[in-house]
Design a protein around this ligand. Structure first.
Ligand SMILES: [Zn+2]
Length: 498
């Protein structure tokens, strides 16, 4: 029943998140702050659970991926080498009359309903003239599109001068590249291997929009997977996944105006939609991670970038897209970055970054065959949208128990007759294993509804029979079915379910 049409707009979801304590506008008492959000008591738990599962799946439970945590402000030379200082630009138009500002590509996308992120200033200017596009606020004339660097600038040290300029990182990836040798040598990792990082990134968006979708401060979960440049197809996991199927929208299908369709990984590789096997493997793994945590397959697809969309560093790129209430949009980007970044940092730092291939006795520049780069806040949004369900007389968040902020709620039926004492004993029995909410206020029906909206998968009620049969009623969130379980069996009961 999880149906995204149940959320009419993204602002309905924002209102729900505020009411329940998932997410608040930042500093709301001062009117909020556009593009910034604060996670509340339930939000922080959901967000941490998403991070934990991603880290456990892609780092801790693998032999071939290691993690780091880089600084958010780094030596500005790193961002010069990566191309961000010169080229991390969006195009901006402003109204000559009322000074309204908007990202030029968003204006085109909104008005003409065509993808415009990859268009040049010239192409956008042509479209503005052709379609006589005016200011959406006052119908005044628009300026020509101008380049605008979206990195946040700051000064390091007490003097604000050109030589002390630095930037808040616009992506976490760069500290993986600039530290590559230190990481590889200290961990003695051998190709192929990946380096992962979860951390904040910052982009000074001209017009943040769609709640958590486009923020100025956000969090990324990124992984750079390095291979020997001649072994980008030597993926030992490929055979296990090649017959699995994904929703695929290739560049060619987009050019022909077609919709995505189910396709096996193998057939995407044979048709050369996916160009190397490691890339195929990582696309599938990330796609499957979302499905394992409860995303409806109907709402997920892999879209190949068209040639004109490719970033300067990418040989190929795909987006994992989710069907948001405002359309199919990027959840995760995954480029084949080739040797671009390590070569650039080699050039700019004057210290070549290589890996020594023992077998061939030669130095090679490792090849980034895949770069799963996930916006954590977007994943948070997608899990919430998919879980949010309106039923006849309740709103329920059908979150995967792994992600649920609170796993179990404990209710003594009445706040007397020794029931709270028994309930407290059960609370103490389980509290070190699961986040638990203890609630004595209001009718049981009301307590259930509150927990449904928080996504809590199980509620335990302690009633007068408990004193006799040493059992409690366990109520399941999704089915609302109830089961009598002996207190002594509770631990093993939940172990199986959570
Ligand atoms: Zn205007």
């Amino acid at each position: 029943m999880a149906d995204i049409s149940k959320i009419h707009t993204i602002s309905d979801l924002a209102a729900f998140c505020k009411r329940k304590g998932f997410v608040f506008p930042s500093a709301e008492i001062y009117g909020g702050f556009s593009g910034f959000f604060d996670y509340g008591p339930l939000g922080i738990e959901l967000k941490e659970n998403i991070k934990k599962d991603w880290w456990k799946t892609f780092v801790q439970s693998r032999q071939d991926v290691i993690g780091i945590d880089g600084s958010a402000i780094t030596n500005p030379k790193v961002l010069e080498a990566s191309g961000h200082v010169a080229g991390f630009n969006d195009l901006l138009v402003d109204c000559k009359k009322c000074k309204f500002r908007e990202r030029a590509d968003h204006l085109i996308e909104d008005l003409l309903k065509i993808p415009a992120e990859h268009l040049s200033a010239k192409q956008i200017q042509k479209l503005i003239e052709k379609h006589k596009i005016k200011c959406p606020k006052c119908k005044g004339p628009l300026s020509e599109p101008k380049q605008y660097n979206t990195m946040f600038k700051t000064y390091v040290g007490p003097v604000e001068q050109d030589s002390s300029v630095a930037y808040l990182r616009p992506e976490t990836a760069q500290s993986i590249f600039s530290n590559f040798e230190l990481i590889q040598k200290s961990s003695r990792a051998q190709l192929p291997f990946g380096i992962a990082q979860i951390g904040k990134a910052f982009r000074n968006e001209i017009s943040p929009r769609d709640f958590l979708f486009r923020m100025r401060e956000f969090e990324q979960m990124e992984l750079e997977f390095f291979t020997h440049p001649k072994k980008i197809n030597d993926c030992p996991f490929y055979n296990d996944i090649q017959t699995s199927s994904v929703n695929m929208l290739s560049a060619e299908m987009q050019n022909k105006g077609k919709n995505h369709k189910a396709m096996t990984i193998k057939s995407a590789v044979i048709k050369k939609i996916i160009k190397n096997r490691w890339h195929a493997y990582w696309l599938y793994s990330q796609y499957q991670w979302f499905l394992n945590l409860g995303i409806n397959p109907k709402n997920l697809r892999i879209r190949e970038h068209k040639k004109e969309e490719l970033a300067h560093y990418a040989k190929a790129c795909f987006d994992l897209e989710y069907k948001f209430p405002f359309g199919w949009k990027e959840l995760q980007g995954m480029a084949d970055r080739g040797q671009f970044d390590l070569s650039q940092h080699g050039k700019y730092s004057g210290k070549e970054i290589t890996f020594f291939d023992q077998a061939k006795q030669e130095h090679v520049v490792p090849y980034v065959a895949a770069e799963p780069s996930q916006g954590l806040d977007r994943a948070f949004l997608a899990f919430l949208i998919d879980a949010y369900t309106v039923e006849k007389d309740r709103v329920v968040l059908k979150l995967n128990p792994k992600l649920a902020p609170i796993k179990i709620a404990i209710f003594p039926l009445v706040n007397k007759d020794k029931l709270p004492e028994v309930a407290m004993k059960i609370y103490n029995l389980l509290k070190d294993k699961y986040p638990i909410f203890y609630d004595t206020s209001g009718s049981i029906g009301r307590r259930y509804r509150r927990m449904d909206e928080s996504g809590t998968p199980f509620c335990l009620t302690i009633d007068h029979d408990t004193l006799k049969d040493k059992a409690v009623t366990v109520r399941h969130r999704d089915s609302m079915k109830q089961k009598r379980v002996k207190i002594k069996d509770l631990e093993t009961y939940f172990l199986k379910l959570i």
